[in-house]
Write a new protein. Structure first.
Lengths: 327, 692
């Protein structure tokens, strides 16, 4: 490796590389979230029959992981470089390895491994199968074939590649503390993030207003549910994200007992599930425009319309039955 | 001519723990398929790496053997019309069999004539049969299955290539969009795509492209590389076969290397260092000749020795933050008291439907005291048991266990000692988890053993009480394993404890201490007995006991596991004795007749004044004398005494009409037999023994 890439150069490199592989470059989504997976560009777009290839950087907040800017490896907020390709290309592993080469990591000069690591996010009704990728023993990427999202079976299956940017950069720049990373020429990661890390940790662990957060969780949940009923999928999803982050703040504060925890996660999952379903339905109504092959598009719309009609008939029957039983 | 056939399934990296079971599965399925297809073969060789499952079948027959078979058709009266012409039914049948009506013969079956044709079926050539491997592969099962791309097939990981070579010819078939051919892939980085000319070239060709496809050979290579490093540095290793197996299935071309970490981390307990290195990084730990852990490790790269320095440096670097975290946790964890950790357990759920971990410990403590009293523990032992039972889950709230969950119990013991607990109390914290597998090690200490029983029994009773009873393959809380663990501990210790029916006593003791839980402890309690008996059966099955002995002893109302174990041992020891048959027959006769008794208000006392024959007095005296010493004798001695009564019993039945017309005499006789039957039942239902 000649000159070491700065964090922003790593981002440029990955963006350029994945754009060349046919991914659209999106921007980070402007709601707090725990992982790039929760961006609507992944969570929603992974669902349904339309193809979707995307790459973006996602700042990800995990209040409980905050360490007041003192731990060299744990952060309140870290950055993920997220790639999602649906359907998963046959050469997705090779594409990934190609991205490492672009970053100056020659496989023959290192030990790169695909080590089993299946991923699950029960609160969003998500599960997938895949690996963590080891670079000389360090986990630098999470690689997942989504199997279930929002409790819907994937068809087609999306492959998600999530680089931990700080980890990767630490390796490339050969530094042991995230705060010593060079973000851009002459500006260190610590210069930018040490203060917010401290403040967010202080806030999350000591200063957050629990009563307010509890109230907000309930309000956000009510709003999300109302919006789901109106078929306003995206605003509803924004409120689910808010619920999720609010819950994470409460959790970091130790305000949630173990038993309650399961209850909150269940509430979020229920919403995520109905949004997933509603999203597919909204896309169907729009005729799945991202399927560019016209014949395939029509066939898919037809298939989903039949499914929707069946579901509607079943729902009507149940409603009628329930009504009868009421009488 | 004998043929060789190569089948290779090329995959994206499989989970290491799946590789070996998967190649065995493929081997079995293919062998089974060839057997069903009547294709002979001499040998099947297995090859497996993270990226491939392959079989080389040698000595394969040319084709299936030809067969002649006689096929039955319709009855003659249906096959021919009145004029003797062949009907449509006959023509259709022969066409279906690939012959003509000229081939029809008649055979008589039970007086009716039927159409028969003799059919010669040519065996299919082997290549044709091998096409069917497609279905064999698609039918494979894995612990975790996945879909990929646009496909709906579920497999362990995406299939990326297939090799199917009969000698030097491709036997084509396709799975999804992958068509089998002769191209395989070498090592992901060191190798290339490789064309296999002949099935038997497989291993050598891959070896040229940096893949050691033979698992055993690969493992031996890793071992010898590590041995070399050990010799060079004068180190000792604890061979961890599971880790070696895992590492072996993470590489195709292994190169072992040594790395180091800062000595300052050696202040950490060994278990922590080993866990950090093994579980997270798959490193082998090394020791000096005194057995002291050294600040070095050995790891295995998937590649050759080029640029090995990068790999070593990287692996050393990864370890630092992990050890740094562990050291931080270790130091921080010692800053607060055990009682503070225990208080935190109020916020840790044992199970949503049951209680917090804190309340679980409180219940276990009550149960442990009940068990301790029954075992006549000394005051000191009772006090230690009580202390252990009140703190034994405390380490779950330490930072170390939060990070390394697999160290639960282990850290508990270490911290408990550091924080001033007695050695047997500390050991019990670790031992209460034991045995952690069906064959796992049992608690070595007495306190640990009692606590292990109490903790498991509370879990079983509690989960049953909230209707979470294991069924089929569904046993998420491993209650079967826990019950089995109790059986094993009791078998090892010979403790007489009524664990199979303690719920009522437990509920009472909880109530007495104001600890009655929100759920009803007695709900489903009656099912606990049968649940344990099933585990006992499982235990006996590992001991080569005759099934009728097992059936007899598990047909019991006893709540005492040790008693059932003793009954099995006793019956097994004497089943081949002279006179065993006669004695058992006499005793089972008692059981059968006693069944006719129906004492709703308990068995009445036997009144000797109502005896009419001397045999009654004789049996009465024998039963009375046995019952007097029953509790002071072993079950084997009691059984010997029961057997000794056989002649008296036979006499008794000869002289006395049990079902006498006089109700009071009948009842008196049944009462005596019932008393005796209760004794016999201490061994189980002897009626289930097969005596010849």
């Amino acid at each position: 490796m000649s000159k070491k890439l700065t964090v922003q150069e790593i981002i440029f490199t990955l963006e350029k590389y994945w754009a060349d592989q046919g991914c659209m470059l999106m921007q980070a989504y402007d709601n707090e979230k725990g992982a790039g997976t929760m961006s609507p560009y992944t969570f929603l777009r992974a669902i349904g029959p339309e193809p979707w290839n995307v790459a973006y950087v996602e700042p990800s907040r995990r209040p409980a992981d905050g360490r007041y800017g003192e731990n060299p490896n744990r952060l309140y907020q870290h950055h993920q470089f997220q790639v999602l390709m649906k359907p998963s290309p046959d050469n997705i592993q090779e594409l990934y390895l190609g991205s490492l080469k672009q970053l100056g990591i020659e496989p023959l000069e290192h030990d790169i491994r695909f080590v089993e690591d299946n991923w699950e996010n029960p609160s969003m009704g998500c599960a997938g199968v895949g690996w963590e990728i080891w670079l000389d023993g360090m986990e630098v990427t999470q690689f997942t074939y989504f199997q279930v999202v929002g409790e819907l079976q994937m068809d087609p299956v999306a492959a998600e590649v999530t680089y931990g940017l700080e980890r990767l950069a630490e390796y490339i720049q050969n530094v042991d503390s995230v705060y010593d990373l060079e973000w851009a020429d002459g500006v260190k990661y610590g210069d930018i993030f040490k203060e917010p890390e401290y403040e967010h940790s202080k806030y999350s662990f000591e200063e957050s207003n629990q009563d307010m957060l509890l109230q907000e969780f309930n309000d956000y949940e009510a709003e999300a549910k109302r919006l789901i009923k109106l078929g306003l999928v995206h605003p509803a999803y924004d409120y689910v994200l808010k619920c999720s982050h609010t819950f994470n703040l409460l959790d970091a504060r130790g305000a949630v007992s173990v038993t309650e925890r399961a209850g909150y996660l269940h509430r979020i999952r229920i919403m995520a599930k109905s949004i997933a379903k509603a999203f597919v339905e909204e896309r169907r109504k729009r005729g799945f425009p991202l399927i560019h092959d016209e014949k395939e598009r029509q066939a898919t719309v037809e298939k989903y319309t039949k499914l929707a009609e069946k579901a509607a008939a079943r729902a009507a029957k149940q409603a009628a039955k329930a009504k009868k039983e009421d009488k | 001519m004998a043929h060789s056939y190569l089948l290779e399934i090329g995959l994206e990296e499989m989970p290491a723990h799946v590789v070996t079971p998967s190649i065995k599965q493929l081997h079995e399925r293919v062998a089974q398929y060839l057997k069903e297809q009547r294709i002979d073969f001499a040998k099947i060789q297995e090859f497996a790496t993270p990226r491939r499952l392959a079989l080389l079948i040698t000595g394969l027959a040319d084709k299936q053997p030809d067969v002649n078979e006689s096929v039955k058709g319709p009855a003659k009266k249906i096959a021919q019309d009145a004029d003797g012409n062949w009907t449509k039914a006959a023509i259709g049948f022969t066409r279906g069999q690939g012959v003509s009506v000229d081939d029809i013969e008649f055979k008589e079956i039970k007086g009716v004539e039927y159409v028969y044709v003799e059919k010669h079926v040519d065996g299919k050539p082997v290549a044709e049969v091998l096409h069917g491997l497609k279905d064999v592969i698609e039918a494979m099962n894995f612990p975790t299955m996945m879909k990929w791309g646009r496909h709906s097939l579920q497999f362990v990981r995406p299939i990326r290539w297939l090799v199917s070579l009969l000698d030097d010819e491709v036997v084509p078939f396709s799975i999804l969009d992958v068509t089998a051919g002769r191209m395989t892939r070498g090592h992901r980085f060191l190798g290339h795509d490789v064309e296999i000319k002949h099935a038997e070239d497989y291993e050598a060709e891959l070896n040229n492209d940096f893949v050691i496809a033979n698992q055993k050979q690969r493992k031996n290579l890793i071992k010898s590389q590590i041995d070399e490093i050990l010799a060079e540095n004068d180190w000792i290793i604890d061979w961890d076969e599971d880790l070696l197996e895992e590492v072996n299935n993470l590489v195709e071309w292994p190169t072992s290397f040594a790395g180091s970490f800062d000595e300052k981390y050696l202040v950490l307990p060994e278990e922590v260092l080993i866990t950090s290195m093994k579980d997270n990084q798959r490193f082998f730990c090394v020791r000096d000749h005194e057995g002291k852990l050294l600040p070095h490790f050995i790891a295995v790269r998937n590649g050759n020795s080029d640029y090995l320095e990068n790999v070593i440096k990287g692996n050393e670097r990864v370890l630092v933050p992990r050890l740094e975290d562990a050291k931080f946790f270790y130091e921080e964890d010692q800053k607060i008291t055990i009682d503070q950790y225990v208080a935190r357990l109020k916020k840790v759920s044992f199970h949503d439907k049951i209680s917090s971990m804190y309340d679980k410990m409180a219940r276990t403590a009550v149960l442990a005291q009940l068990l301790g009293q029954k075992l006549n523990l000394s005051d000191e032992e009772m006090a230690d048991l009580d202390r252990a039972a009140h703190i034994y889950k405390f380490d779950l709230t330490t930072q170390m266990v939060g990070e390394f969950a697999e160290l639960q119990g282990v850290m508990g013991e270490i911290y408990a000692k550091l924080l001033g607990e007695k050695a047997d109390v500390a050991a019990a914290i670790k031992e209460h988890y034991m045995p952690i597998s069906a064959e796992g090690e049992l608690p070595a200490g007495k306190i640990g053993a009692v606590l292990a029983i109490a903790d498991k029994l509370d879990s079983i009773i509690s989960f049953f009480a909230v209707d979470m009873i294991p069924s089929g393959s569904n046993d998420p809380y491993a209650l079967r394993r826990q019950a089995y663990g109790i059986v094993r501990i009791i078998a090892a210790r010979g403790w007489h404890l009524p664990v199979m029916g303690m719920a009522a006593e437990f509920a009472e003791a909880l109530a007495a201490q104001g600890l009655t839980p929100e759920f009803d402890v007695l709900h489903n309690a009656e099912q606990v007995h049968a649940f344990f008996l099933d585990r006992l059966k499982q235990f006996f099955n590992t001991q080569d006991l005759r099934y009728d002995v097992i059936d007899a002893v598990v047909d019991t109302k006893s709540d005492d596991i040790a008693n059932v174990l003793a009954a099995a041992e006793t019956l097994d020891a004497h089943k081949d004795d002279d006179g065993f048959k006669e004695d058992v027959e006499a005793l089972t006769r008692v059981l059968r007749i006693a069944k006719k008794a129906d004492f709703k208000d308990g068995v009445p006392a036997v009144d000797p004044a109502k005896f009419q024959n001397p045999s009654e007095t004789e049996l009465f005296d024998l039963v009375a004398s046995l019952n007097k010493k029953w509790d002071t004798q072993t079950l084997a001695q009691n059984f010997a005494d029961l057997r000794a009564m056989a002649p008296a019993i036979t006499n008794y039945f000869e002289e006395n009409m049990i079902m006498d017309k006089d109700e009071s005499i009948r009842s008196n006789r049944l009462a005596l037999l019932q008393q005796l039957a209760d004794d016999v039942y201490a061994l189980g239902n002897l009626d289930k023994l097969i005596v010849k």
